[in-house]
Design a protein around this ligand. Structure first.
Ligand code: OAD
Length: 244
């Protein structure tokens, strides 16, 4: 690595959670081979068949109880705790493994930002409030769909960003990119915008760019440096270089 960075923006994707046992989206047998994006990850799919969509996210939320953060999440939590400069960890993941590893999460000040939302959060389509959520959201036979903790309407949806919707906190992400001197992309295929465009945005701003991924991603050629391997090995190694 070149000189020591003083302000880092990190983007993580499904690959960082793969070694914890969470399916990625675009691998063979991944989530988008098992389910149609249009059915489970669009507002139109939700309007057509809410039970199918709520059931899909209930299943993914329930699966979180059986998995643990891996060495890559732990290394980023160590960076979060020990790095003296500015740091923002932007994750496309809706799991909670960064925060369970110890990285700080929070809407305004936390260093972990869930740009595609969170499985453990509910969004009410009536009052538009977001609430922490760790239970099934689909209807049960006796009680129907659960009420919103704020307005009591039975109109909760998963607080995840679907195709055609705007990711969270884009202003904060672009603000951090503008003042960064290093952008690092970890475990993402570079297939989904706007996240896939961050590397080009960073380069236009003169920010150094590094990719850590199992294989070369779709946008790999945009990075100054690309290292291939498992996140559980590459990320602790890179964090060690930054903190040493
Ligand atoms: P993908 O499934 O598209 O890509 C995962 C990437 O991680 C691939 O490039 C893999 O090679 C890599 N990978 C797999 N195992 C790895 C490991 N052990 N270590 C390092 N890398 C590994 O997932 P994302 O890029 O996160 O959005 O997908 C982006 C978005 O597409 C998701 O947030 C989701 C999805 O549709 C929405 O649902 C809005």
């Amino acid at each position: 690595m070149n000189r020591k960075p003083s302000s880092i923006v990190i983007l993580t994707g499904a690959g960082i959670s793969a070694e914890s046992g969470i399916d990625t989206f675009r691998s063979a047998g991944g989530l988008w081979e098992q389910h149609r994006v249009e059915d489970v990850a669009t507002p139109e799919g939700f309007a057509r068949d809410p039970d199918l969509v709520l059931g899909f996210y209930d299943m993914r939320r329930a699966a979180l109880t059986g998995v643990e953060p891996n060495a890559a999440h732990k290394a980023l939590a160590r960076l979060d705790a020990e790095f003296a400069g500015d740091l923002l960890i932007v994750t496309q993941n809706v799991d909670d493994l960064h925060e369970r590893a110890g990285a700080q999460i929070g809407l305004e000040k936390g260093r972990v930002l869930h740009m595609h939302g969170e499985l453990k959060s509910a969004l009410c389509t009536s009052c538009e409030m977001r609430s922490p959520w760790d239970a099934p959201m689909s209807a049960n036979e006796e009680a129907g769909r659960p009420p919103c903790p704020v307005c009591q309407a039975p109109t909760l949806r998963p607080d995840v960003v679907w195709f055609g919707e705007m990711p969270y906190q884009m202003d904060r992400i672009y603000g951090a990119l503008r003042s960064a001197d290093l952008f690092v992309s970890i475990g993402t295929s570079g297939a989904v915008y706007p996240a896939a465009g961050f590397v080009r945005d960073a380069r236009e701003l003169g920010v150094r760019t590094l990719e850590l991924n199992l294989e070369r991603s779709e946008g790999s050629h945009w990075f100054h440096e690309s290292r291939q391997g498992k996140a559980g090995e590459l990320v602790p190694e890179w964090v060690g270089e930054v903190l040493e």
